[in-house]
Design a protein around this ligand. Structure first.
Ligand SMILES: *[C@@H]1O[C@H](CO)[C@@H](O)[C@H](O)[C@H]1NC(C)=O
Ligand SMILES: *[C@@H]1O[C@H](CO)[C@@H](O)[C@H](O)[C@H]1NC(C)=O
Ligand SMILES: *[C@@H]1O[C@H](CO)[C@@H](O)[C@H](O)[C@H]1NC(C)=O
Length: 223
């Protein structure tokens, strides 16, 4: 009963309620196996029951979390543009959605995962175009051999391990809330003299369009 209530509460408040002593996104020892060094990964509640990339929490405070992500495999599509709009965002989403719906070399339907990540790489100057890349996480079972995309503008991307600073927030996000949360994260990192790459940032969304309780994140790469 307590477990059920904990699960419901965790879902309602976007996963910030934790089992005592267990940080979501951490590896914890499995009990009762005679001391063998076996661990299990605790998936954060905001991943729901979907596959999502593994990370360990290196540091957490009331402003951000510092995470170390294991190497991961994604399906992605890019757009190089000055004016990024929700139409661009949708267009890229549906290219990836087509891929998981079976528009791939194996004609295979692939399970939805979390999060959907958009990487924004700034152009070299203030009035330059930026490179927007949207990503779906490839289910872990397919990492060794993901089906090739049939759409030439969709590609498989192997992302090496990386360390990111993460700011989490709820609600429906849009270009304004993303910008505001990114600005908060930048200010918090600056005030604590943390080093990060200012050439690129990531936004991550974990919920489908009709989810009422939502979890969103802004990431900056730690240096
Ligand atoms: C970007 O969009 C704004 C507003 O829609 C428009 O005024 C501007 O001309 C656009 N710039 C480019 C380079 O397309
Ligand atoms: C945009 O990013 C993608 C993915 O990293 C890369 O393949 C592509 O070459 C980039 N495009 C430009 C114009 O920088
Ligand atoms: C599959 O990809 C091809 C190549 O880009 C495209 O022409 C076609 O419309 C796509 N089919 C579906 C069902 O999305």
């Amino acid at each position: 009963m307590l477990t059920l209530i904990t699960t419901i509460l965790a879902t309602l408040i976007g996963g910030s309620l934790q089992q005592p002593g267990i940080i979501p996104g951490s590896f914890v020892p499995l009990g009762g196996n005679g001391g063998a060094a076996q661990t299990t990964y605790v998936k954060p509640a905001f991943c729901h029951d979907l596959d999502c990339p593994k990370y360990t929490v290196m540091e957490t405070n009331d402003k951000f979390e510092k995470r170390h992500y294991a190497p991961s495999v994604w399906v992605a599509t890019s757009m190089y543009t000055f004016n990024y709009t929700s139409a661009h965002s949708r267009q890229m989403f549906y290219k990836l959605f087509d891929y998981i719906s079976g528009n791939n070399s194996a004609h295979q339907k692939i399970a939805m995962t979390a999060p959907v990540v958009t990487e924004i790489e700034h152009g070299p100057g203030p009035d330059c175009e930026s490179n927007f890349t949207r990503h779906f996480f490839v289910p872990v079972a397919l990492h060794a051999n993901p089906p090739a995309p049939t759409d030439p503008s969709v590609f498989i991307k192997h992302v090496p391990e990386m360390t990111v600073y993460v700011r989490s927030y709820g609600g429906y996000d849009n270009e304004d809330t993303k910008r505001q949360n990114l600005e908060h994260l930048l200010a918090d990192l600056d005030s604590m003299s943390r080093k990060y790459s200012d050439r690129v940032f990531f936004t991550a969304g974990y919920d489908g369009p009709y989810a009422f309780v939502r979890h969103n994140e802004e990431w900056l790469v730690a240096m």
